[in-house]
Unconditional design. Sequence first.
Length: 193
Amino acid sequence: MKVSREQAAENRERVLETAARQFRERGFDGVGVAELMQDAGLTHGAFYGQFASKDELAVESVTRAFERSLAALKSAAERTGGQRLSAMLKSYLSPAHRDQPGLGCVVAALGAEASRKGPTLRRAVTDGVKAQVALLGGWMSGRSVAARRERAIAAYAAMVGALVLSRAVDDASLSAEILRTVRSFIEDGNARS
């Protein structure tokens, strides 16, 4: 049975969303095409009608996850008026984000793995990181664009590191402390300039 263009587009979206979530939850190598397609409600054979390879799917799903993450950060910031950085930090460095890696930051979930993948995937990660740093740079204090960018890079690295650490430890109190401490550190550092 032939699938309409509209249905094919919907199927592709479903596969991309499912892959983006599963890759962040279990890593690139922890997700098989057959299981992914089953979770998306499609047949294994339908995969190759939409993607040339699992690597192509990984690139597209990482790009999609960055786009969604950027939109979520902007949305959290816009709801607050003038406290954009604080609102974004509260959202990013939260127990909810920590506890849902499949819906969260691509870099915190896949950064180490992505560094060992091919240049196309690394380019998608680079583009996503650049977009997030640019967004943060607009919310940082500093006398020049270069100073704000420097602060944004430092803040982004601290945020990703804090999220990774908060997920890695088995002490709930320490995990929460990591998130709170890094959020305060970034906010205090930004206020001092």
